[in-house]
Ligand binder design. Sequence first.
Ligand SMILES: *Cc1c(COP(=O)(O)O)cnc(C)c1O
Length: 376
Amino acid sequence: MFNIPITKPYLGEEEKQVVSQVIESGWVSQGPKVAEFEERFAEYVGARYAVATTSCTTALHAAIAVSGLGPGDEVIVPSLSFIATANSVVYCNAMPVFADIDPETCNIDVEKIEGAITKKTKAIMPVHQMGLPADLDSIQKIANKYNLIVIEDAACAIGSEYKGKKIGGHGNIACFSFHPRKIITTGEGGMITTDDPDIAARLRRFRHHGMSVSDIERHVANKIIIETYPDLGYNYRMTDIQAAMGLEQVKRLPFIIKMRRQIAGIYDEELSKIPYVRVPQVPTYAFHNYQSYWIELLESAPVDRNMLMSKLLEKGIATRRGIMAIHMEPYYKGYSKLSLPTTEKITMNTVLLPLYPTLSSEEQSYITNSLKEILL
Ligand SMILES: *Cc1c(COP(=O)(O)O)cnc(C)c1O
C-alpha cells in the first residue's frame, strides 16, 4: 500500500553536518553563514544584493515597508495566492486591491491590472504562481506608464526563469520562501533580492531592530561601536543554523529542479489523456520549476473536486486544494471592489498533486492510474 505525501523536503547528510559545525563554532544566531548564504543566493538568481529574513511573509513586509508604502496607498495583487501576499500589504496599513487571473497560467491577468489602478495605486505585486513566472515585461510596461513599484512575491519561484533570466534577476525587489513546502528549505526562512544598494541597506536595518550596525560588524570591530536606531525595525533575522542548511540546499537546486520538471512532464503526458482534466500550460517566455503541480477538474467530470481529493486520500495519496482565493476569506470581506470570476472558478476546481524529487516512478504511476480509475 502506498502512502504518498503532497511534498517532502530534499535534505541529506550534508545539511546535518553543516548544522553540527555551526553549533560547534558557537555562533548560532545571525553571523557569517547568513552573509555567505546571501551572497550565494544573490549570485544564483543574478541580483546584486540578497537580504535573508525569517520567512517570505516577513520578507514581503520588509519589502513593502522600505518601499515607503503606507496608509492610503493601494497595491494591486492577485486574490489567487497564499493569504500572506495580502496580509503583508495590510501590515503596512496599505490596501490590497485584488485583480483577476489568466486561466491559462493562474498568474495575474495583465489586461485586468489597468482597470484596478486608481490615483492611490503605488505598487503591483505579481505572484509567480506555483513557480510559474508572471509576465514581467507586460507588468513593467504598465508600472512605467503609471509610475508604480513592482514587488515580486517569488515565494515559489526559486530557479524559475522569465525570458531566460532567473526570477530575482529582473531588477525588482523579489521575495522568496524557504518553507518546507517550497523548492528548498531552511525550516522557515525567506530572502529578498534587489539591485538597489539603498534598499538593501534599509532592509538590513529593518530586519535588525532598525539598528545602524549588524551584530557581526560589531563582533569583528577592534574598537567599540555605539549603535543608533534611525528607523523602526523588527527582529526578522535568519540564524546561522538556517543559513548553513540553505547553503547546502542551494547546491541541490539543479538536481531538485531537474527532477521536478521530469515528474511534471510525466503528469502532463499521462493526465492530458483524461478528458475531464486540464493540465498546466507553460508560456514560451517561461522556464518553470514546478514548485507545485495543479490540475483543473472540468465541470463535465463524474466527481467534484472534493470527492476526487477524498477518493485519492482513501488510496493513500495526499493532495491539496488549489491555491486559495484571499478575497473569499472572512478577514478580507469588504476588501475587493472588482469581480474575480476566474479566480473563483480556479480556486474551486483545482487540485495540487504530490510532487517532490524523490517521488518514485512506481508511486507516480500509482497516482496517475488512480486518477484514471476514479475519473474514467
Ligand atoms: C508560501 C508563500 C508565502 C509565505 O511564505 P512563508 O515563507 O511561509 O512566509 C507567501 N506567498 C506565496 C505565494 C507563498 O506560496
